[in-house]
Ligand binder design. Structure first.
Ligand code: FAD
Ligand code: MLT
Ligand code: ZN
Length: 473
């Protein structure tokens, strides 16, 4: 790739006021949400339309300039920020915010990639429909970023991840052509699924500029409860019972360890819930009822009574109002912020078969606590999907730098245990730049070879988000 500095004047002319080069203007685009990676860039381009995106990518291809697509910059693995070479151009989709179409009969919505997730949810709601993708970053992340990372969140148990919610995409390819694949079809078996290749590719194969998304009916009522359990094993027994009793109306099942509740109480006191800091583990359950609030309340209360009687849960609180339900969710959603405020941390966004989670947590906790005395386990996440944020913080009062030096050894213990359980080292956050090397270690040679060939086919010049997902060759 060229190291000389191509002249930006043609881009500047085409992007009057939308090509940022002043360090004060570009700074917010160069550091990730976790403040773990800060890169440098030639410029930040802010297209308004798909054709704008195509012209930027064509310019980058012509001058061999790396392109780093960026949505809300809320990613957890450093995928949305450039390296520190200063050669890349950051392509921010944030100005592309049009809801292009809503079709309530087809139950689809087509949106520009830069629409914030809450804007998509609201547009669906205005049509009396539900767009069920939901995550704590929903006020800042974009639908393009959600698809590029194949985001999960708190509704996967019932509705699947971003891939399951997408019927079509519009993409600017690495040579600057536009592919309009915005088909609102539930069935389309016309060969290789290009849509599914771009979803989850983290900006390494092309730029997603718009998407056609699936909508669902709005539920008549939502119920939320917090239930205390002694262990992840007990949480799994509760999951099994809840799935039997609530069937498809069970829409959320999130677990958190005691330290999560304690950290929220310490750093985000407005979101604290005493039950969560007073028990080894807590589960947040949500049901979405198509009939009525009374029906939802009755089914939920019966479930919790049965769980008490079976000795599965030790305490519980059912939200008696929308405000209380929001408070329970605020507890859950503020865990990442509370953990970041507490100090240096290491995240493991892992999945294992749901049935293996209890043993995984017990054994891996024991190994880590024995090898790194005082290490603090911040374990939470989407238990109903077999996906835990099996995160760790430094021992109380210990220096962050010393702790971070142990990161490779800590990761090896966790990821070896994940591999042994038949799991994945990235359930929903992607690989970004954080897990490129580890992915090479844990994936089979044949998978890596197929991935490398795909990358070379879609991006022969290697300009699409280099160093993310795949190693630079
Ligand atoms: P960015 O961070 O800007 O980019 C992420 C990746 O996608 C980068 O590789 C980037 O190059 C690429 N990209 C972005 N837009 C495009 C595009 N239009 N075309 C091609 N490539 C593109 N994630 C979950 O899955 N589940 C959760 O529950 C969850 N909870 C979170 C909670 C908090 C508090 C925070 C801060 C983050 C959370 N995340 C979660 C991570 C993050 O929000 C998601 O990964 C989200 O999908 C990223 O969207 P974004 O628009 O911010 O993308
Ligand atoms: C969440 O589910 O809150 C995030 O994906 C987790 C994280 O911060 O690790
Ligand atoms: Zn998550």
């Amino acid at each position: 790739m060229s190291t000389s500095s191509p002249d930006l004047s043609s881009l500047r002319a085409a992007f009057a006021g939308r090509l940022l080069t002043d360090p004060a203007d570009t700074a917010p685009f160069l550091t990730d949400w976790r403040k773990r990676w800060t890169g440098r860039a030639r410029a930040v381009a802010q297209p308004d339309t798909t054709e704008d995106v195509a012209s930027v990518v064509r310019w980058c291809a012509q001058h061999r300039v790396p392109v780093v697509p960026q949505g809300g910059n809320t990613g957890m693995v450093g995928g949305s920020v450039p390296d520190d070479s200063g050669r890349a151009l950051v392509l921010s989709l944030a100005r592309m915010k049009r809801i292009r179409a809503v079709d309530p009969i087809n139950n689809t919505l087509t949106a520009d990639a830069g629409c914030i997730l809450t804007e998509v949810q609201q547009a669906a709601q205005q049509a009396d429909r539900l767009f069920p993708l939901s995550l704590a970053a929903e006020g800042s992340c974009t639908i393009g970023g959600n698809l590029a990372t194949n985001a999960g969140g708190v509704g996967v148990l019932r509705f699947g991840n971003a891939r399951d919610l997408c019927l079509g995409v519009e993409v600017v390819t690495a040579d600057g052509q536009v592919w309009n694949g915005l088909r609102g079809l539930r069935k389309d078996n016309t060969g290789y699924d290009l849509r599914d290749l771009f979803i989850g590719s983290e900006g390494t194969l092309g730029v997603i500029t718009a998407a056609t998304l699936k909508l669902y009916p709005q539920p008549a009522a939502r119920m939320t409860a917090l239930a205390a359990v002694a262990s992840p094993h007990a949480a799994l027994r509760l999951l099994e019972l809840a799935q039997r009793r609530l069937a498809a109306t069970l829409t959320g099942f999130e677990m958190m360890s005691r330290l999560c509740g304690e950290l929220v109480a310490r750093h985000v006191p407005s979101a604290a819930v005493p039950l969560a800091a007073a028990n080894p583990y807590c589960v947040l359950l949500e049901s979405s009822d198509p009939h009525s609030e009374a029906n939802a309340a009755q089914t939920f209360e019966r479930l919790l009574e049965e769980a008490f009687e079976a000795g599965i849960i030790t305490d519980a609180a059912v939200a008696a109002s929308i405000a209380q339900s929001r408070a329970f969710w605020a507890l859950r959603e503020n865990i990442p912020l509370a953990q970041a405020t507490e100090g240096d941390n290491i995240k493991h966004d892992i999945s294992v078969p749901i049935s293996a989670i209890g043993d995984f947590v017990e054994r891996t906790n024991a190994m880590l606590e024995q090898t790194f005395p005082g290490i603090r386990m911040v374990v939470f996440g989407h238990l109903g999907d077999g996906n835990l944020h099996y995160n760790v913080n430094a021992p109380e009062g210990a220096g962050g730098a010393r702790f971070m030096a142990d990161e490779p050894a800590i990761n090896a213990i966790v990821y070896d245990a994940v591999a042994q359980a038949g799991g994945s080292i990235s359930a929903e956050h992607g690989l970004g730049q954080l897990k490129v090397a580890e992915n090479q270690h844990y994936k089979s040679a044949i998978e890596l070879s197929l991935m490398a060939r795909l990358k070379a086919t879609f991006d022969p010049l290697g300009i699409m988000n280099p160093g993310k997902v795949m190693p630079v060759t």
